[in-house]
Design a protein around this ligand. Structure first.
Ligand code: EPU
Length: 421
């Protein structure tokens, strides 16, 4: 797993244009959703990242006919040959979002036996809401010897109120409900653009979903879903990460093929740093001179500030002229980049769920260890602006969610190379 590391020499302002690919978190939901169809489906704009390769492996294992062209960013899935509902833990430990297979396989096969997803560095990440919702839809669900075993003749629509806003929980229950008998209403639903994209995709297949993007989603179950083509939305977190890198390195970066309307709160915060932003329908340009002003943030569900941008803004604040508070309310253990940033000379103290970041004039390069996907991005950004050279270890976390990040950064002028461990 730990095959590569990045060598970065900091100091070069990023300048130029970069393109954003399709979103990881929408792709890992949309591809398993294809299992629900009675005909082949095509997904376009998939990022060529490790998580998509894992989904591909899982669909093949289940017997689906999958034609994947990573360079063309396209996958065609014919779910009709599916002949298994069993996914071993060796697969599900590679990707937490394997729980989408619960809803999709229940819809397709009326049963599933899927390894309980592996633990995750950013917190306990319980799945009780997924399981409770599936039970409310009439499934029998047991956790047995590390597997989630669920069965149902045909799921039945239900009124579900989730205890908290959960993105994948909402998506999983939507998937389970589209082929259920009758109407399902999900209250306290997540409003993330990824939820909307999944619902758009399912509606293109013939589902009847309304209310996506609001806290109440209604699903009128249908008998079958037909084939469709769907283009996944741009990765708003990848876009945001490159914009932060532009600010932190005091550069001039144009990010294209993104959807600024889905990134408003992040763009507002970038503006508050003193950066100059120009925004078009599908592009954002950021220009920065001098150190950023500090910006405090509090992570909350969409449309609030996304937890997936918290680590990158932590790095930004490390270089700011002043002090910012970063409060993480979604995941209980998402400050693991802090000790690494401190090893580079950052001044950060943690009080409960809040990190107090006192900006410094300079960080210095050293060996740093990536601990999760977004933490990895924050460390890469820190290294790009630090004085001297850094080595970022364990970048398999980064590869799960960012396609060829170092190539894109190099094209923007960064001194960054990937080398074998
Ligand atoms: N929660 C529960 N029980 C559940 C489900 C969630 O207690 O059954 C809690 C979680 O522990 C957390 C909160 O509810 O405290 C919200 O978690 P949520 O379920 O929304 O997170 P997720 O769906 O597991 C997705 C993304 C994450 C992103 C979060 C929040 C995918 C595959 N993952 O996770 O993405 O941080 O939503 O926006 O879509 C990433 O891309 O780096 C990443 C971690």
């Amino acid at each position: 797993m730990d095959r590569y590391k990045l060598l970065i020499t900091g100091g070069a302002p990023l300048r130029g244009e970069t393109t954003v690919f399709g979103g990881k978190n929408t792709s890992v939901a949309v591809v398993p959703a294809m299992l629900l169809c009675d005909e082949p489906c095509v997904v376009e704009n998939l990022p060529d990242i490790e998580d998509i390769h894992v989904v591909y492996d899982m669909l093949n294992l289940l017997g689906a006919k999958v034609d994947y062209e990573p360079k063309a960013r396209r996958m065609t899935v014919d779910p009709r040959p599916v002949n298994s509902f069993h996914v071993p833990y060796q697969y599900t430990q590679r990707m937490r979002a394997s729980y989408y297979l619960w809803g999709a396989l229940l819809g397709r096969c009326g049963q599933c036996e899927v390894g309980y997803p592996g633990g995750c560095a950013i917190g306990a990440r319980p799945v009780d809401q997924h399981i409770r919702g599936l039970r409310q839809l009439g499934a029998t669900v047991d956790i047995d010897h590390g597997y989630v075993r669920a069965t149902a003749q045909r799921l039945k629509g239900a009124h579900i109120v989730t205890d908290m806003v959960t993105v994948t929980g909402t998506e999983n229950l939507v998937m389970a409900a589209v082929l259920a008998e009758g109407e399902t209403v999900i209250e306290n639903a997540a409003r993330e653009p990824e939820v909307v994209d999944l619902c758009d995709c399912l509606n293109a297949m013939g589902a009847h979903i309304t209310g996506a993007g609001t806290p109440v989603i209604s699903i009128e179950g249908v008998e079958r879903l037909h084939g469709a083509e769907h283009t996944v939305i741009a990765d708003r977190i990848e876009a945001g990460s490159f914009l932060v890198a532009g600010v932190v390195t005091q550069g001039d970066v144009l990010v294209t093929h993104c959807q600024p309307s889905q990134m408003e709160v992040v763009l507002d915060k970038l503006r508050a740093t003193g950066a100059v932003l120009d925004i078009g329908a599908d592009w954002v340009r950021v220009r920065m001179t001098g150190r950023p002003k500090p910006v405090s943030i509090r992570t909350v569900p969409h449309p609030g500030f996304p937890t997936d941008m918290q680590a990158q803004f932590m790095t930004l604040n490390c270089f700011a002229e002043g002090t910012a508070n970063i409060t993480e309310t979604i995941f209980e253990n998402r400050f693991m980049h802090v000790p690494e940033l401190c090893r580079m000379g950052a001044h950060i103290t943690i009080e409960g769920h809040t990190a107090i970041v006192e900006g410094v004039a300079q960080l210095t390069g050293t060996t740093i260890m990536a601990t999760d996907l977004r933490a990895s991005a924050s460390l890469v950004i820190a290294a790009l602006a630090a004085q001297g050279s850094s080595t970022v270890d364990r970048i398999y976390h980064l590869d799960r969610g960012y396609e060829r990040m170092e190539e894109k950064l190099r094209a923007l002028g960064a001194d960054i190379v990937r080398i074998d461990v």
